[in-house]
Design a protein around this ligand. Sequence first.
Ligand SMILES: [Zn+2]
Length: 407
Amino acid sequence: MTSYRELLNQVKGEIDEITTADLQARLVADDAPLVLDVREVDEWQEGHVPGALHVPRGNLEARIEALLPDHGAEIAVICAGGSRSAFATKTLNELGYTSVVNVAGGFSDWKRNGYEYTTPRVLTPAQRSRYARHLLIPEVGEKGQQKLLESRVLLIGAGGLGSPASLYLAAAGVGTIGIVDGDVVDDSNLQRQIVHSTDGLGQPKVESAKRALQALNPDVEVITYQERIDSENIERILADGWDVIVDGTDNFPTRYLLNDASVWHSIPIVHGSIYRFEGQLTVFHHGDGPCYRCLYPSPPPPELAPSCAEGGVLGVLPGIVGSLQASVALKLLLGIGESLAGRLLLFDALYTTFDEVTIKRNPDCPVCGLHPTITEYVDYVEFCTPGPPAQPKQATQPSQLREIAHS
Ligand SMILES: [Zn+2]
């Protein structure tokens, strides 16, 4: 009968070993091996060598060939003290891996020597339960959920589009949501602005929305800006750092400001607009498709401006377009799926149809073109015509008029 100690010594005699100092030297040099950590999940979560691959010892034989098909890859196997990894090294040799070394002393020695290690942020049991349906999707998973929790989305407007967008982003666990809106909740809002409710009448929309989002998901930090965005405050608001902007505004001065900011700061904008039964959606992202000014270099002439009377909108329409905006924003944050940049999606609620129009970058665009002429924010004065709005000519491409949203 062989004792554990004898067996370990026997295995150690059959494998190659390096010290943690050797490993450190190789990681900073060009010939870094793949570090394979065979400890248990709880040990891994307390810290590990940056860039290491984690396969617990018990799963090694079953999983390694799928994860690492190259049998000639240079591998340094590590555990807590160098024993489990010694057996793992022998197993890998037996599986045909030809260039495997055991890290003597293991992660304890690595830490003792003061070498760099990372501690992964992990979901709490409550978060694992809350986001269970995300964890089941390979494209999201635990890593994606962590990414969402660390993400920051700025919503412009807590109205028709901002309501569903903010609710779904909060529900999905986007960790920080900023909301810019200077208005208070009015009873005519409640037909569609579902983040607000009757008991919030007369309150600032940002406060009403914050209350609803935090009631939905306490993981979410909501930062409020009770103001209308303009050239004076836009840089201050953007300085708080945002990964994606969701545009739910209802006026073109804001839309131009946001567009120019998005080009200069390279922040993608998920643009949505609605009018009566029609909705539109696209992404403006500098370097990946056109910007808003590529389509409309400057605001509409007065005769094409919308009527001063507020436009009507089917109550559920902003729910559809705003939810699509949330979906597009989540994809941008996760880096998955097909981009909506350069594609304008048109929804018609009367016919229940979606159409798509390709939109192209304009090399003469005054902001993102080859020779930009606009290099500072412009505060356009919002105007409207006193009578009914001029009807657009044939809408071969979305007319300026339909582009003006009434959220
Ligand atoms: Zn442009």
